[in-house]
Structure formats: structure tokens, C-alpha cells
Design a binder for this molecule. Structure first.
Ligand code: F6P
Length: 328
């Protein structure tokens, strides 16, 4: 191992759902690495593109004028085949042929698990940068794209509130996040929602109905319920049906969907992504072999990749209580 961690050629890929700020991370990785004398290769379409050999050399200008754009210039994909050891071996051989000796992976849990397996099986150094709107990775308090996604959803709910109050209606607004409640909880607090439904086996239908009725009783003419999508989008329709059948409440459903994944990254996402890219290169150069650029106590700091593979389930306890307390 040389003093710069032995790294001469770095591959960069994005994997899983895109998130606003991924471009800032790519820009930071590319420019920091080149500044430190490392050649950089962009891998298109995540692990799928890696398997197809879609690998191109990048330079400082490849990442010019991308900082403020959502999405990812490298594109991304979900690649279920990467669960197979044989497929990962193929991927490693492609990297070896290209003499790429370290990989930066920007993505969420699934992407990190793939990267971790690649590292343990083939020894390639991995810098994993948390990039998902869901903010649900163990070991880091923040993932690139979360702030922008929350702001996008808040803007949408504010608009829905206008029409809801004009028509004296109840809306159930479903936000992304899969089994993570992070987006829903933040949006609930920031939009003054009447209640937030988090992924759970026991949906508190009666509670939701009584919160809506409580509001009406004290003169509110509209209600907003924020619903986290859970494993499968569409939970809102179940709530709508229950409110109608059991509580005689008519509610409209609005599923925000992929609008939450796009848009210009917020200043916070740009800042944290830029910092993560920089720390990633410095850690690789210091010889760190498999780490996540975690955001902990207000700073980007390396955390062992093996400790950041699980989904973070516990998120801001008591926030549903906060939402309900503030909406009386
Ligand atoms: O993980 C990010 C995310 O946007 C989730 O919030 C959402 O459930 C999922 O991706 C949607 O995935 P796809 O774009 O593949 O349908």
C-alpha cells in the first residue's frame, strides 16, 4: 500500500432511486480526486451499467455546470442481479480489466449492501455516499436529497391546503419513503397536518377520524392527513375507504409520487453532498477500505460500511404526537 492508499483509478456510480444532490456529490468526488492525482471513471446506470462496461473517463469539465441540477448525470438503476455472487465477480473482473482500483457508490441501503459484498468478496476499496430521499440508512443522520424532497412535498401540500380550504375538504396526501417515515414526519410538522400515518400494521383509523372531527368542531374547514407510503404505495386509498365507511368522512387522495425525487437540490443538499465527496476521497487516500461518509453530529465523518447496511427504522420518536399536539 502506497501513501495514497494505492489508488490510481477511481470508478463512480449512482445506484437505486436518484436523489437531488447526487450531481453535487459526483462533482465533488471528480474534482477532489483529480486534484489529488487520481484518474476518474464515471460508470453509467449503476451496477447494470458496470456489468455492461458503460465506463467513461471523466475530467474536471465533465462535472461543470451540474451542481444545481436534480437527477444524476451518470444515471442510475436498480439491479437485482447484483444480489448474486457470480454477477458481482463479473463486475469485479470488469473493474480489474479497466484497472479501476476503488469505487465510490452513491445510493441507499440496497446499493450499500451490493458494494459491501463486492468489497468482502474481492477486496476493492469502497467509499459509500448516502444518497436517497428516504433518509433511512443506519449510521448516518442524513442522506443526500432528503431536504429537497421534503421541501418539494411541503410546497405541494401548501398548494393542496389552498384548494382544501376553499372547498372545505379533507385530503390524504401520500408521500414517498417506502417503510421510512422520515419524509412524512417532516412534512406533517411543516404543513400543520392534522395527523401523520406512519408505516405500521395497525393504522389508527379511529384516531385519524377523531382528529379530523376535532378540527371541524373548533371551526377548521379543511384537514390534511399525511400518509407515508409504506412497502406498497396506495395506503391512502385504504384510509379513504375506512373514513367513508366507518366515520362518514369524505376525503380526497393525492399521491405525490416521483415529483419528490426531482428538482434543483437545496443549499443543504448541495453543501452536504459536496462535503461527502471531498471526505470520501481524503479517506480513500488515507487507506480507509470500506466506509460510509456518514453525517453525524453536524459533520461528515467516515463510518464502517458494515455498520451502515441496515435500514434505519426508529426516526424522531414522538413526532406524530407533536403533529397532533400542534394541530388542535
Ligand atoms: O428509495 C427512494 C424511493 O423514491 C422511495 O421513496 C420510493 O418508494 C421508491 O424509491 C420508488 O422507486 P421507483 O422509482 O423504482 O419506483
Amino acid at each position: 500500500m502506497t501513501s495514497n492508499g494505492g489508488i490510481k483509478k477511481l470508478g463512480i456510480l449512482c445506484s437505486g432511486g436518484d436523489s437531488p444532490g447526487m450531481n453535487c456529490a459526483i462533482r465533488s468526488l471528480v474534482r477532489t480526486a483529480i486534484g489529488d492525482g487520481i484518474e476518474v471513471y464515471g460508470i453509467r446506470r449503476g451496477y447494470s451499467g458496470l456489468l455492461e462496461g458503460a465506463i467513461e473517463k471523466m475530467n474536471e469539465s465533465s462535472v461543470g455546470n451540474i451542481l444545481h441540477y436534480g437527477g444524476t448525470i451518470l444515471q442510475t438503476s436498480r439491479c437485482p442481479e447484483f444480489h448474486e455472487a457470480e454477477i458481482r465477480k463479473e463486475a469485479f473482473n470488469i473493474l480489474k480489466r479497466k484497472k479501476i482500483d476503488a469505487l465510490a457508490v452513491i445510493g441507499g441501503n440496497g446499493s450499500f449492501n451490493g458494494a459491501h459484498a463486492l468489497h468482502t468478496e474481492h477486496g476493492i476499496p469502497i467509499a459509500a455516499l448516502p444518497g436517497t430521499i428516504d433518509n433511512d440508512i443506519t449510521g448516518t443522520n442524513y442522506t443526500i436529497g432528503f431536504d429537497t424532497a421534503v421541501q418539494t412535498a411541503v410546497d405541494a401540500v401548501d398548494k393542496i391546503r389552498d384548494t382544501a380550504s376553499s372547498h372545505a375538504r379533507t385530503f390524504i396526501v401520500e408521500v414517498m419513503g417506502r417503510s421510512s417515515a422520515a419524509i412524512a414526519l417532516h412534512v406533517g410538522v411543516c404543513t400543520g397536518a392534522e395527523n401523520v400515518v406512519v408505516p405500521s400494521d395497525n393504522i389508527p383509523f379511529d384516531q385519524i377520524a377523531s382528529d379530523i372531527k376535532r378540527g371541524i368542531k373548533r371551526g377548521k374547514n379543511s384537514s390534511i392527513i399525511i400518509c407515508a407510503e409504506g412497502k406498497v404505495p396506495g395506503l391512502s386509498y385504504k384510509i379513504q375507504e375506512n373514513l367513508k365507511d366507518n366515520h362518514d368522512i369524505d376525503a380526497h387522495v393525492c399521491i405525490l409520487g416521483h415529483i419528490q425525487r426531482g428538482g434543483n437540490p437545496s443549499a443543504l443538499d448541495r453543501f452536504i453532498a459536496s462535503r461527502m465527496g471531498y471526505v470520501a476521497i481524503k479517506e480513500l487516500l488515507a487507506g480507509n477500505q470500506a466506509f460510509v461518509t456518514a453525517f453525524v453530529e453536524g459533520e461528515v465523518t467516515p463510518a464502517p460500511l458494515k455498520d451502515c447496511l441496515a435500514k434505519r427504522n426508529e426516526y424522531l420518536p414522538h413526532t406524530v404526537d407533536l403533529v397532533r399536539a400542534l394541530s388542535i
